[in-house]
Design a protein around this ligand. Sequence first.
Ligand code: THU
Length: 134
Amino acid sequence: MTKEELIQKAIEARTLSYSPYSHFAVGAALLCKDGSLYLGANVENSSYPLSMCAERNALYHALMEGKKKEDFEALAIVADSDQPCSPCGACRQVLSELFPANKPIYLANLNGDQKITHIHELLPFAFDKEDLGL
Ligand code: THU
């Protein structure tokens, strides 16, 4: 699957967003090495902090199907933003734990603007299990 196809899947996932509070719909598509694909969209709640981001939903969706960090190939995140959609700090921390450092993360918007990045660029000097002495 190409970068453009993966971004298109994230655009499709975005249509499933439940975002009546922010009106900011986000879609994510997570590609695995075996070609399988896991989608996510943000799901908000009237108790705002309970809301869940698109990329974490995609990642957790994959984990619940038995996928592991080493199975992931690429991730796309899309919103209707001026710049390619930038993941929040919480998602960066989760991705640093569960998404491979050497695999691409495609950030995009609906205007066709794109940025290719990696988790070590999004979250340098991350807190991880080694900081816990593990
Ligand atoms: N959001 C995501 O789903 N992913 C991001 O990368 C940025 C922010 C969601 C959270 C909330 O539902 C809405 O966008 C506005 O912050």
